[in-house]
Design a protein around this ligand. Structure first.
Ligand code: RB5
Length: 150
C-alpha cells in the first residue's frame, strides 16, 4: 500500500516512528511535512495529505494532530476523502470494512505506540466489504459534492 503522512506540531513527535513502522510492514510512505516541531495550522497539513490521496488513486493517508479531531475534520472537507479518527484496532478495522476510509487519523496525545501499531495493522489488513456499505459510502461522497442527504 502507498501512504501519505502529515501532522501538525502536536503530532510531529510521532511521525518518524509511524513512518518507520509502516515501512517495516512493506508499505510505501511519503512524508508531506512538517519538517520540524514548530507551530503550524493543522488544516494546512490535512489539505496537503487529502489532496495527495485524491490525486493518487488507490493511495491512503495518515494524519496526526494532538487529538486527531481537527486534522480529520479538515481532511474530510476535501471531496473524495473519508478520514476516520480512530482510537483502537477495532475502529481502524471497521472504518476500512464499512466506510472504505482512505485516511487513518489519530491523536498523539490520545494513543500510545502499541495501539498505533495495532491500528495501522488493522487498517492495512482490512478490505472494504462493499455490498450494503457501498451505497452508504456513495451517499457520504455525494455530501462533499454538494448534495444533501435528505
Ligand atoms: C494543537 O494544539 C491542537 O489543537 C491540534 O493538534 C489538534 O488537537 C486539534 O484538533
Amino acid at each position: 500500500m502507498k501512504f501519505y503522512i502529515a501532522t501538525d506540531h502536536a503530532g510531529y513527535a510521532l511521525k518518524a516512528y509511524v513512518k518507520e513502522y509502516v515501512q517495516s510492514k512493506g508499505h510505501e510512505i511519503v512524508d508531506l511535512g512538517p519538517d520540524s516541531a514548530d507551530r503550524v495550522d493543522y488544516p494546512d497539513y490535512a489539505k496537503k495529505c487529502a489532496n495527495a490521496v485524491v490525486s493518487d488513486e488507490g493511495s491512503f493517508g495518515i494524519l496526526i494532530c494532538g487529538t486527531g479531531i481537527g486534522i480529520s475534520i479538515a481532511a474530510n472537507k476535501v471531496t473524495g476523502i473519508r478520514a476516520a479518527l480512530c482510537h483502537d484496532a477495532y475502529t481502524a478495522e471497521m472504518t476500512r470494512a464499512h466506510n472504505n476510509a482512505n485516511i487513518l487519523a489519530f491523536g498523539e496525545r490520545i494513543v500510545g505506540k502499541g495501539v498505533i501499531e495495532s491500528m495501522i495493522d488493522a487498517f492495512c489488513d482490512t478490505p472494504f466489504e462493499g455490498g450494503r456499505h457501498a451505497g452508504r459510502v456513495n451517499k457520504i461522497d455525494s455530501c462533499s459534492m454538494g448534495a444533501n442527504l435528505g
